[in-house]
Design a protein around this ligand. Sequence first.
Ligand code: NAP
Ligand code: F7E
Length: 341
Amino acid sequence: MAKTAFITGITGQDGAYLSEFLLSRGYRVFGGYRRTSSPNFWRIEELNIMKDIELMEVDIQDTGNLIRTFEKVKPDEVYNLAAQSFVAVSFEKPVLTGEITAIGVTRVLEAIRIVNPRIKFYQASSSEMFGKVQETPQKESTPFYPRSPYATAKLYGHWLTINYRESYNIFGCSGILFNHESPLRGIEFVTRKVSDAVARIKLGKQDYFEIGNMDAKRDWGYAKEFVEGMWLMMQRPDPGDYVLATNENHSVREFIEHAFSFVGTTLEWKGSDANEYGFDAKTGKTLVKINPKFFRPGEVDQLLGDYSKAKTVLGWEPKVRFRELVEIMVQRDLDRVSRLG
Ligand code: NAP
Ligand code: F7E
């Protein structure tokens, strides 16, 4: 019989790709979205899977809502992807971030414990939990050192998943995912902000863009591949924690440079710190400016993941690497901007 999955955060980047993947595996997919005055289904519409998913209004701030949903849907697997996921906003809204990103996990796990403790549970943990890194590369056993309210909230969810596994025998997996990006990434995250801006500049719709700390390094992978890793964790005989990463890292500056080079522009830099700027080597036009409003009170300088456990146990390995990822994203934004303006 076909399995049933319930995804919290189905309107987000990973929710959309995971839905597409589970549908391809013959799952019946239910997804929770929170009520807003104007619905936000653009990602599942872009993937053309809207008609195949059963959408339900579910807020992870409401335990009763979750319990009734699980009673009705009777899921075999629950993927908890809902979160206030933007690190920068977590400094401005630390309490809200804790409510959704940390306590939200308790609500989902409690609903599972009450409705049916045999429901398998996936928690979207994050490489941000490594924060001020204690060793490089980071793996499952690396000590955590969160650097933001977001990362601290994720650490709570991570440990609670382990706690419910050990206390109630709930099949709870935790995927410690390093940054994963795609054309469906939210525009506020740095990769998509850059791919969109570079496409607009190339097509003459924008003159320049503003950026924060360009020296931060991230281990950027392709979201479409990472969601498969989530599913693989849930198919093992025993639950566990797994790092998914590419084991390659690059700076924000390199991302910007490669995005411009893909559209045929050579970028050069002048100045330093907040006065640094990037310009077109051919025309001299300024294309990138620093704006300190994008600096964070606490920064994660560099992340680099070791995915050996996922490779050995799950047979999971990333294929799309940095340069290809940048090109996929810029190309899709060029298409979008040409089509929609
Ligand atoms: P995303 O695009 O920001 O999606 C987050 C989702 O959570 C959206 O569907 C959002 O709904 C939903 N949500 C927020 N508050 C909610 C609430 N109170 N009740 C129900 N839903 C709520 O994030 P993503 O990139 O897909 O990431 C998926 C998960 O993995 C998140 O938990 C994120 O923290 C974590 N993670 C992401 C990465 C990464 O690099 N992408 C890496 C590690 C971990 P709206 O559409 O209404 O806002
Ligand atoms: O920042 C720097 C910024 O916001 C990456 C989330 O999915 O991945 C994501 O968190 C870096 C940081 O992602 C701008 O300071 C410079 O060093 O794209 P980001 P993130 O903070 O790494 C982790 C794994 C998650 O779990 C999170 O949910 O880029 N940066 N200038 C900038 N960042 C942004 N957003 N905007 C800038 O203008």
